[in-house]
Design a protein around this ligand. Structure first.
Ligand SMILES: Cc1ncc(COP(=O)(O)O)c(C=O)c1O
Length: 451
């Protein structure tokens, strides 16, 4: 770390809050944060260390991305070696070996027949890429009238214009104009009335998938390009698919020639006990978007998996023609590829995709032990994902969970994430039972203390 950086850390953390003014923080209450900053300086294994030297247990895998834990030497070494070897190489009409190697490795762990990989730099870019591939696929095969998309209420698909159009979180949409035309939304599947405190997938709500049939018939199914859903919505506060729901969506998409896109930006790479939720739920979409755990969060990278049929449809034109007019300067960036290849090695060697199966029952037992605490109105879990939903204070949605969040961080050295009044948990998959115990005993204390 340079002297300058150290000085800056010290300054922003202590006596010169005005030095925090230049950074316009994403998805943050900037003014509130800068009055009471929470600054992290280093990380290792299950822990962050703050600028003032406190060790913080990471209950959120950074931001749902550090699945193999922090500071993995193998990833660090791979990135460091790569930057010394070749910093950048273009992938437009040029190439270098790493994205080819990485795509092959990823194809091995992807569900059949999603064996082709398009690289991006984030989940948002993966989503917009998948939407564009869907449109172009239909056009290339002579059904260019399929231009509509169907998303879902409470869906989060990143922040590109495509992603917020198919997404279903009002705050992410309302400031940004009319968005993409021709988008409709199914109802979300959160039903606390019928499913509160379900362990694992809820029993009730598979019939909500029939919204797709209704919407398809309204617009005529032949105008619909794709449906996009998260198998488990994370950002909206962990919303699980009712039993049978995803199968029903798949069947309806197949019936109407509509592509099914699973946005697996948070469910990918072991979070639910397989490489992808598609495998855990045994429902195979036509496209999968991912990011985050792909590189263990170490270097930004995203990817879209496409089925053989989709990919091969593009490969039929004149040999010298560019098949898809889409890509990013950094698609297949050498550092990201190096990080991802090393990350896949770590996942495989430590069998981390199985960790959610192994520890899932303990996690489930411990999280559901919180059900009788004050203000807890629902608890949801699947794999190594958990959510504790609190009743909102009258007229102040999110305030109670925010108090829990700040108390956990400032007083109990635990990092959790809150969205609205939902406490969402997604720890690194390297965690042990003792970490689970600490996460939940801390939450018991703090929820009890929070009026
Ligand atoms: C399901 C889903 N899609 C897309 C995104 C956007 O990813 P990014 O922030 O990398 O653009 C996220 C981020 O949390 C996500 O959870």
């Amino acid at each position: 770390m340079t002297e300058n950086l150290q000085e800056h850390y010290a300054a922003v953390a202590t006596s010169h809050p005005e030095r925090m003014d230049a950074f316009w923080m994403p998805f943050s209450a900037n003014r509130q944060f800068k009055k009471h900053p929470r600054l992290l300086a280093s990380a290792s294994g299950m822990f962050y260390r703050t600028v003032d030297g406190r060790e913080i247990l990471d209950g959120t895998g950074g931001l749902w991305c550090v699945n193999a834990g922090h500071g993995r030497a193998r990833i660090t070494a791979a990135v460091s070696q790569q930057i010394h070897t070749m910093d950048f190489a273009p992938t437009f009409q040029m190439g270098h070996p790493l994205p080819f190697l990485l795509a092959e490795r990823l194809a091995e762990i992807a569900p059949d027949p999603l064996k082709h990989v398009f690289f991006t730099n984030s989940g948002s870019e993966s989503v917009d890429t998948a939407l564009k591939i869907a449109l172009a696929y239909h056009r290339v095969r002579g059904e260019g009238q399929r231009t509509r998309f169907i998303g879902r209420e409470k869906g989060y698909h990143g922040v590109g214009f495509g992603g917020i159009s198919v997404g279903g979180l009002p705050n992410n949409r309302k400031f940004f104009g009319p968005l993409l035309p021709g988008v409709d939304h199914m109802r979300h599947t959160l039903d606390i009335g019928r499913n509160a405190f379900s362990k694992g997938l809820p029993e009730h709500g598979a019939e909500l998938a029939d919204d797709l049939e209704r919407i398809a018939l309204l617009h005529d199914p032949s105008t619909i390009a794709a449906v996009i859903v998260e198998p488990i919505s994370g950002s909206a506060g962990v919303v699980l698919p009712p039993k049978g729901y995803l199968d029903r969506l798949r069947a309806l998409c197949t019936k109407h020639g509509i592509l099914l896109i699973f946005d697996e930006v948070i469910t990918g790479f072991g979070r639910v006990g397989n490489a992808f939720a598609a495998q855990r739920y045994n429902v195979v979409p036509d496209l999968i978007t991912c990011a985050k755990g792909l590189t263990n969060g170490a270097v930004p990278m995203g990817a879209v998996f496409a089925s053989n049929t989709i990919h091969d449809t593009f490969m039929n034109g004149p040999e010298g023609a560019i098949e898809l007019f889409h890509g990013y300067t950094y698609s297949g960036h050498p550092l990201a590829c190096a990080a991802a290849l090393a990350t896949l090695d770590v996942y495989a060697e430590e069998n981390l995709f199985n960790k959610a199966i192994e520890l899932g029952p303990y996690w489930e037992e411990k999280i559901h032990a919180l059900r009788d605490l004050p203000n807890v109105i629902d608890i949801r879990n699947f794999g190594l994902i958990g959510a504790i939903e609190l009743a909102s204070r009258p007229g102040a949605v999110g305030a109670r969970a925010y108090d829990v969040f700040t108390k956990c961080f400032h007083e109990k050295d635990l990092l959790i994430r809150v969205t609205g009044d939902v406490i969402a948990l997604s720890p690194p998959l390297i965690l042990e039972k003792s970490h689970i115990d600490r996460i939940f005993s801390t939450l018991v204390e703090v929820i009890r203390e929070t009026s």
